[in-house]
Design a protein around this ligand. Structure first.
Ligand code: FAD
Ligand code: NAI
Length: 476
């Protein structure tokens, strides 16, 4: 069999891989992208975790469940009455699947538009050859490809509790958590990280009694403490039960449900009986199918591909991006790395500023931040000024009926450069973009304070929090 020759072969079509493939094609390279994800009919489903069982479907369910919560709990305030309100979970899941399919199709279209050759199957290293690497594709497509440059973008998978495999019926990973067909009466989650809070919110809103068991004694330890505290208050009020400082013991899966033995923060033995259990305790890099050893690609203890700050592996011409390497497991981080690698292959100076990667947790209230937290600045001995502004004092938030939370600016005490922006409240996911732009241009809080923001808008809370750094808020 003759092998097909490419300038660049990308293994994996998640946000890291498909974006790297498109950028490389834009730069004039002959590009192949290989991905093994199958849709329900066995066809290709590019987009990776993000599109199929991550960012996109979770946000679809969050939206549907938020509509239901608004209709059942908040329409009355607006003078709207609705009777006989019902949640059709099957339809919610069908809508989610439609959005996933549209996204898969969109990526296939983008491959065509940019002349990226797509291969549906598993990609694995065969050997190094003169001027590149031989990659075998097995699955729907069976081919041998040769690429001068290879970008590994194979992503990550959910980590299971030791001895408790996912059956996706009672013990669910993110995959099963996004495909539950009827509201479980009692739902348990292990881990109150990003997935725990987002998925816990979805199923609580549509009527499940939700309990989250978290090993760490602090809630959202990576988040600015003041913001995490405010978020916890809101979740408590909503009835999302989060137990901190727990030790999870035996997990028994029976015909009707799951029984979890756990020890609470005071050391008392407890049992949680639930219909379904979502395990969201982090993710592990996907390198098992790569045949890395065939070419001597260096992997770390977690099975991650070892890379330097520029995503170079130990092999010349082999790069790796996204969840399969170090750093936060976020779609936009994967995309930025993919673009930067394609540009480096083209001899350009691709760059990712790892200090300016925003985080968003899409709960209600949303939590979003960029830059350093107050506790990090204290630990690092940086002298800073802080300014906060509550959404309660923002006219648009009051009109929206969503006044929980605040915006917090942290700026250097001497230079006033913005060091971190932390938001808990309505549309924090959108507001944080202004902070990213400001920090990328190394703006001061005074810069934001002097920019005209539309009235009434949630964005005015950004301006007011910036003004608060200099203790001169106008509306609070
Ligand atoms: P992936 O998206 O995992 O894609 C890797 C692809 O490679 C997959 O299609 C896989 O099948 C394929 N593959 C693996 N091995 C091979 C092989 N040998 N041959 C061929 N194909 C292979 N991030 C955010 O930024 N925002 C969010 O809102 C968000 N929500 C999330 C919600 C959930 C429930 C989960 C689980 C994750 C979420 N994430 C979110 C994280 C985000 O999904 C990941 O950071 C992102 O998908 C990583 O992109 P990637 O390209 O590195 O890998
Ligand atoms: P996570 O790392 O966010 O949270 C895992 C939590 O589980 C931690 O709080 C940890 O202390 C806890 N934990 C670990 N082992 C435990 C145990 N044995 N018992 C009890 N608690 C335990 O991981 P999660 O939620 O699985 O998400 C994985 C990744 O996916 C995230 O880190 C994030 O990178 C990405 N993601 C991003 C989203 C977003 O950007 N909005 C949404 C969902 C996921």
């Amino acid at each position: 069999m003759t092998s097909k020759q490419f300038d660049v072969i990308v293994i994996g079509a998640g946000p890291g891989g498909y974006i790297a493939a498109i950028r490389a094609a834009q730069l004039g390279f002959n590009v192949a992208c290989i991905d093994e994800w199958k849709n329900g009919k066995g066809g290709p489903a590019p987009g990776g975790t993000c599109t199929n069982v991550g960012c996109i479907p979770s946000k679809a369910l969050l939206q549907s469940s938020e509509h239901f919560e608004h209709a059942s709990k908040h329409f009355g305030e607006h003078g709207i009455s609705a009777s006989g309100l019902k949640m059709d979970v099957g339809q919610m899941v069908v809508r989610k699947d439609t959005i996933v399919k549209q996204t898969n199709d969109g990526i296939l279209y983008l491959f065509k538009k940019n002349k990226v050759s797509f291969f549906h199957g598993r990609g694995s290293f065969v050997k190094a050859v003169d001027g590149g690497y031989e990659i075998a594709v097995t699955g729907a497509a069976n081919e041998t490809l040769v690429g001068k440059q290879v970008i590994v973008a194979t992503g990550s998978s959910a980590r299971a509790l030791p001895g408790v495999p996912f059956d996706e019926d009672k013990v669910l990973s993110n995959d099963g958590a996004l495909a539950i067909q009827a509201v479980p009466k009692k739902l348990g989650l292990i881990g109150s990280g990003v997935i725990g809070l987002e998925m816990g919110s979805v199923w609580r809103r549509v009527g499940a009694e939700v309990t989250v068991l978290e090993a760490l004694p602090t809630f959202l330890g990576a988040v600015d403490e003041q913001i995490a505290k405010e978020a916890k208050k809101a979740f408590d009020k909503q009835g999302l039960k989060v137990e901190l400082g727990v030790k999870v013991g035996e997990v028994k899966v029976g015909k009707k449900g799951v029984s979890v033995s756990w020890t609470d923060a005071r050391g008392a033995a407890q049992t949680l009986e639930v219909d379904k259990l979502i395990v969201s305790i982090g993710r592990v890099p996907n390198t098992a199918g790569l045949n890395a050893e065939a070419v001597g690609l260096k992997l770390g203890e977690r099975g991650d591909v070892i890379v330097d700050g520029d995503c170079r592996t130990n092999l010349p011409g082999v790069w790796a991006v996204g969840d399969v390497v170090r750093g936060p497991m976020l779609a936009h981080k994967a995309e930025e790395e993919g673009v930067a690698v394609a540009e480096r292959i083209a001899g350009q100076h691709g760059h990712v500023d790892f200090n300016l990667i925003p985080w968003v947790i899409y709960t209600s209230p949303e939590i979003a931040w960029v830059g350093r937290t107050e506790q990090q600045l204290k630990e690092q001995g940086v002298k800073y000024k802080a300014g906060t502004f509550p959404f309660m004092a923002n006219g648009r938030a009051r009109a929206l009926g969503d006044t929980t939370g605040l915006v917090k600016f942290l700026a250097d005490a001497a230079t006033d450069e913005i060091l971190g922006v932390h938001i808990v409240g309505p549309l924090a996911s959108e507001l944080v973009a202004e902070a990213c732009v400001a920090m990328a241009f190394r703006a001061s809080s005074e810069d934001i304070a002097r920019i005209c923001h539309a009235h009434p808008s949630l964005g005015e809370s950004m301006k007011e929090a910036a003004l608060a750094v200099d203790k001169r808020t106008l509306n609070f």
